[in-house]
Design a protein around this ligand. Sequence first.
Ligand code: MRU
Length: 355
Amino acid sequence: MAVIEPLRWADGRLALLDQRALPDQEIWLTCDSAAAVAEAIRAMVVRGAPAIGIAAAYGTALEARRLAPQRAAPWPETMAPALAQLAASRPTAVNLFWALDQVRAVLAADAGSDQLPQRLEQLAQQIHADDVAANRRLGDFGAALIEPGSVVYTHCNTGALATGGYGTALGVIRSAWQQQRLAHVLAGETRPWWQGARLTAWELMREGIPFSLNVDAAAAHLMRERKVAWVIVGADRIAANGDTANKIGTYSLAVLARHHGARFMVAAPCSTFDLAVASGTEIPIEERPCDEVTAVRGIAMAPRDCGAVNPAFDVTPAGLIDAIVTERGVIMNPTEAAIAAHFAGEAVVPKETAI
Ligand code: MRU
């Protein structure tokens, strides 16, 4: 399996693979402060919900290291501006806020400790390692749902680049491929950032997984003509009732899947659930600059001053989701009660054979 990493921590420095330059160039950028990491998240150098959370955790470790020699107040106070800056970088992926909550707990527990920078470094490394382990587990749970010989459709990039490594929806696809369950993958290009074309295609090619890239508008046609068995996507935030925020276009795919008899799977670690949010209407949806719609890499694709709207995510209602797969198992036909039971340890574990 190809080793693909979105970030590396070495000698107290964080290196980020600049995902804006892929697939043409592999450029690594070095960050030495929380402000630099926050800017990298905002600018999409690092993206994908779990990867954003991991990067933010490392960002706090960098900041603690930087501030340690001049610290004049307890750690929670010293670090508050950095946490606020990271929290303001992007609003939708809850993994960011989940990681910062863990950082806050360490700051409170070690408020006066000289060991705090090391503690935050260990925490970030733990979050990173746990995410890779969760991806592998949920990948296997998801793969078990896929009938051998299936055509599946995926959206955006949910692979190693979007996580600590391996991937969520793409992790399911990786596992299903290793288990010889996949005939073909259809990957939507995912405008306006082209995560499907630039990143998912890059990962699938490196893995040797058979796939075709398609324009997003071809989804309905392909679902009918290619007999898609599963649409498999990731998530940025899952509400207590199962409503799921993910890359813009996901909701359309869920509607299309229901119409065409394809099943719809959301693959995400438990860190992507926000049980404090009752339903999708409460999930903040990021609006990004209009020039991301009207131009591609600086080349105008629309008339000058053309108005545009650029929601980065949408919410798929739980009723359109057949399965949510986490590292704890599978939630079939998600409802508030089924999700609560999943977290209470009563996960429905898939059988060995596909359903
Ligand atoms: O804007 P992005 O590229 O950060 O959006 C990414 C997605 O929507 C992914 O599907 C989601 O974060 C899950 S990644 C494992």
